[in-house]
Every structure is written in structure tokens, then in C-alpha cells.
Ligand binder design. Structure first.
Ligand code: NA7
Length: 286
């Protein structure tokens, strides 16, 4: 079995790395704030000193960090992945970034002879814990085949989408639609309750019809209970909306609904809700 590195042990990365360890992979972890490694070391992981160190010692290194800046920071500099990876080894970045960042990382890695795959995921904390993420892979086909056993532990499907950039683009399409849906869902729930309707009845009626979906089910209960326990930080949803709107600009694609939803998420960050669940957008709408 191949040795695996895992960089970035936030909400998502911690759960994904834990599943790999439990499945019997030989895993070396690293996190910027080293204290977060302890729980995984207790499960049986080794602890790497730097991203360079991990990439130099593992056959395939996975990364799951917050945003494009963090994803680039992991790869660059004397302690970065690109400095350690060397010929033939693999680097799989599972963070959500834009296609340009992904292509920049790909060139940093392949320049040293390393192989690169982008593999952002659809799904938040619970699917990460349950190993039921949807993994959107694109890039080096041989690395895709080598990474598949690990993908099978972390996710329920891992389609191959083509050249680097297409995984990032697919993820932005998915999350842009999710952010837009959450925003209009919050407006509907607020409007109905202001008009004197019962919140639970609104949810039940939506759930019985063509708009029924797992996200409305899960987030609906959170909104009614004013429970914003973080599964997917609101700040990350706003990042994805921002990146999607930017992609629309680049491709001359009008995105009026997404652009307005993005403003609601920006307002929620300004109001101090960035670390809460994305459902907290409701607080600036209701
Ligand atoms: P979290 O829980 O906010 O975790 C973010 C992780 O990214 C965490 O390990 C951070 O390390 C790490 N990070 C952030 N900035 C940096 C820099 N500059 N260098 C190295 N590491 C960094 O996010 P999630 O796990 O919910 O989400 C991860 C991705 O999945 C994200 O792209 C989402 O859009 C989807 P720290 O612990 O702060 O030292």
C-alpha cells in the first residue's frame, strides 16, 4: 500500500485523514497549527515537519486547506511541497480554488517532475466523516488511478473530469448553485413567517413537492432552531461565490442571481458570521 501524506487538518481535512488512517493507510500528517495533528497521531499517523518533508517521504500527498492563498502557500517556498516532491511522486490538492490557482500549482509541481491532480470535493463535515464525499478529480490520469483507493475511502464517487481546471470549475458550479439556493430559501422562509405562516409547515410543504432536497431538509431545521453549528463555514461559501462570479466575468457569462447571493454572504461576513455555518446567511436576511 502506498504511503500517504495529508496537509491541512481543518474541519474537512481532519475527518478525511482520519478515515484514511482507519482504513489502514500509512499516513503522515501536517498542519500549520501543529496542535491539530495530535488527534490523528493518536489514531496512528506520523507527524511531518513541513509540507516539503511530507511530500518528499510519501508516494501521494493530499492537501485540504481553506482557499487559493493557502493552497499556493503550501506549495511555494523552501518548505513547500514543490521543494520536496521530486520525480514520480503525486500531489492531490482537494481544496476549493479557482482554475487559475489550480493551474499555477500544477505547474509548480510538474516543473519538478511531480504529478498533479486537483480534486475539490462536494460535501461538508458529515459526508467527510462518513466517507461519502463527491470528489471532482482532474489532471494527471496515472495519478488519478493511483489515488483511487484513497478516494474510495474518502468519497462515494470520484469522477475524472479532464484537464486541470475542470475539477475547480465543476466545484464552483455546484457551490454557486448551493449558495444561490440557500439564499432564496432563507428569503422564502423569512417572507412566509413574516406573513404569519408556520415555519415548520413551510418546510413540510416544500419538502413534499418538486423542490424537496437534502440541503433544504438539513438547513431548514437549522434555520428554524437558529442553530448555526459549523459544517461548512460561511466564509468559505462566500469565497466560492466570489470565485464563481469571477469565472462568470472571465467567460462573459451573466450570473445575476449568483452575484446578488454573493452580496448577502458578504454582508453576513461583515456582520461577523464568517466562522458560523453557511446557514447563518439567514441572519442578515430574516
Ligand atoms: P477550515 O476548517 O477553515 O480549515 C482550513 C485549513 O486550512 C486549516 O488546516 C488551516 O490551518 C489551513 N490553512 C489556512 N491558511 C493556511 C496557510 N496560509 N497555510 C497553510 N495552511 C493554511 O476549512 P474546511 O476544512 O472546512 O475547508 C477546507 C476546504 O474544503 C476549503 O477549500 C473549503 O472551501 C472546502 P490552521 O489550522 O489554521 O493552521
Amino acid at each position: 500500500m502506498k504511503s500517504i501524506g495529508f496537509l491541512g487538518l481543518g474541519i474537512m481535512g481532519k475527518a478525511m485523514a482520519a478515515n484514511l488512517i482507519k482504513a489502514g493507510f500509512d499516513v503522515t500528517v501536517w498542519n500549520r497549527n501543529a496542535a491539530k495533528c495530535a488527534e490523528l497521531v493518536a489514531l496512528g499517523a506520523r507527524q511531518g515537519a513541513t509540507p516539503k518533508d511530507v511530500a518528499a517521504h510519501c508516494d501521494i500527498t493530499f492537501a485540504m486547506v481553506s482557499d487559493p492563498e493557502a493552497a499556493l502557500a503550501l506549495c511555494q517556498g523552501p518548505d513547500g511541497v514543490a521543494a520536496g516532491i521530486g520525480a514520480g511522486r503525486g500531489y492531490v490538492d482537494m481544496s476549493t480554488v479557482d482554475d487559475i490557482t489550480s493551474k499555477t500549482i500544477a505547474s509548480l509541481i510538474t516543473h519538478t517532475g511531480g504529478r498533479f491532480l486537483e480534486a475539490p470535493v462536494s460535501g461538508t463535515k458529515k459526508p467527510a466523516e462518513d466517507g461519502t464525499l463527491i470528489i471532482l478529480a482532474a489532471g494527471d490520469p496515472s495519478l488519478y488511478e493511483d489515488a483511487k483507493p484513497a478516494f474510495e475511502v474518502m468519497g462515494k464517487m470520484s469522477p475524472y473530469l479532464g484537464d486541470v481546471g475542470q475539477g475547480a470549475n465543476m466545484k464552483l458550479v455546484v457551490n454557486m448553485m448551493m449558495g444561490g439556493m440557500l439564499s432564496i430559501f432563507s428569503e422564502g422562509l423569512s417572507l412566509g413567517q413574516k406573513a404569519g405562516l408556520d415555519g415548520q409547515q413551510i418546510l413540510d410543504i416544500i419538502d413534499a413537492g418538486a423542490m424537496s432536497n437534502p440541503m433544504f431538509k438539513g438547513k431548514g431545521a437549522m434555520l428554524l432552531n437558529e442553530n448555526y453549528t459549523t459544517s461548512f463555514p460561511l466564509k468559505h461559501m462566500q469565497k466560492d461565490m466570489r470565485l464563481a462570479v469571477a469565472l462568470g466575468d472571465q467567460l462573459d457569462q451573466p450570473l445575476p442571481t449568483a452575484a446578488i447571493a454573493n452580496e448577502a454572504f458578504k454582508q453576513a461576513i461583515k456582520a461577523g458570521f464568517g466562522e458560523e455555518d453557511m446557514a447563518a446567511v439567514y441572519k442578515v436576511i430574516k
